[in-house]
Design a protein around this ligand. Structure first.
Ligand SMILES: NC(=O)c1ccc[n+]([C@@H]2O[C@H](COP(=O)([O-])OP(=O)(O)OC[C@H]3O[C@@H](n4cnc5c(N)ncnc54)[C@H](OP(=O)(O)O)[C@@H]3O)[C@@H](O)[C@H]2O)c1
Length: 240
């Protein structure tokens, strides 16, 4: 039977590319989103991938949503914790609200997504967790103290989950994308985009599909001994 994959924030941007790539590899995929019903409906129409709406920042909603996915599609074998937001401001102007929203969504959201599926993965002796972190969690970024904290936190999460899950057939890894040509990045003024591209030795933005291919590899049986690792996909912009 096909394995079932859950992709949070899987209806748009990098997550949409991940959902499509997993479906193309034969997995049964559930993609979640926060509120953009129109984009989610279009995504389902175009791909046939079921979408589910809940806020990853809320534990009870995540637990209920995950129970619904499992009732519809079967036990979740693969989790891609991709949903994420930015609320950028230089630190002296960052509000507690901006800090909290990003921590709740990007960091607590990973806990809320993985925690409900973890017991089932342990029982069945198989699981794949991939967390989408960021280059800015590795190197820090001006005006992103909140975001960089969450993305660095993701790396601590996967290293710890890897140690707890390894004996139960569960792997947990992170992907750190550099700048990727999603709607968010393409919406910035062309001049700013050009200056970003100027910092990337590859001379271009990454494509969402290039991140999706990292994920399809990490969840495959070929990657069974890769656990607690980080794949950096950033066009040579930064080395750890
Ligand atoms: N784009 C880049 O260059 C880049 C670089 C490095 C890392 N990343 C990371 O890659 C991931 C995806 O980024 P992206 O650029 O593809 O984002 P995006 O295009 O803005 O899409 C974000 C997705 O996450 C969902 N989402 C946001 N907040 C949520 C919440 N509270 N609960 C449930 N779903 C939520 C959105 O749902 P709605 O459609 O309902 O809004 C959407 O499906 C993020 O974790 C981001 O930090 C991105």
């Amino acid at each position: 039977m096909a394995r079932t994959a859950l992709v949070t924030g899987g209806s748009r941007g990098i997550g949409a590319a991940i959902s499509k790539a997993l479906k193309a590899k034969g997995y049964t995929v559930a993609a979640t989103y926060a509120g953009n019903d129109e984009a989610a409906a279009k995504f389902t129409r175009e791909t046939g991938i079921k979408t589910y709406k809940w806020n990853v920042a809320d534990y009870d909603s995540s637990k209920e949503g995950i129970a619904q996915v499992e009732a519809d599609l079967g036990p979740i074998d693969i989790v891609v914790a991709n949903a994420g937001i930015t609320r950028d401001a230089p630190f002296h102007k960052m509000t507690p609200q901006q800090w909290k929203e990003v921590i709740d969504t990007n960091l607590t959201g990973v806990f809320n997504t993985v925690h409900p599926v973890w017991p089932g993965m342990r029982e069945r002796g198989f699981g794949r967790i991939v967390v989408i972190s960021s280059i800015n969690g590795q190197k820090g970024q001006f005006a992103q103290v909140n975001y960089a904290a969450t993305k660095a936190g993701d790396l601590g999460i996967v290293k710890s989950l890897a140690q707890e899950g390894a004996a139960k057939g569960i792997t947990a890894n992170a992907v750190c994308p550099g700048y990727i040509a999603t709607e968010m990045v393409m919406a910035v003024p062309e001049k700013v985009r050009e200056s970003i591209i100027g910092m990337i030795p590859a001379g271009r933005l990454g494509e969402p599909e290039e991140i999706a291919r990292c994920v399809t590899f990490l969840v495959s049986d070929d990657a069974s001994f890769i656990n607690g690792s980080t794949i950096s996909a950033n066009g040579a912009q930064f080395f750890v």
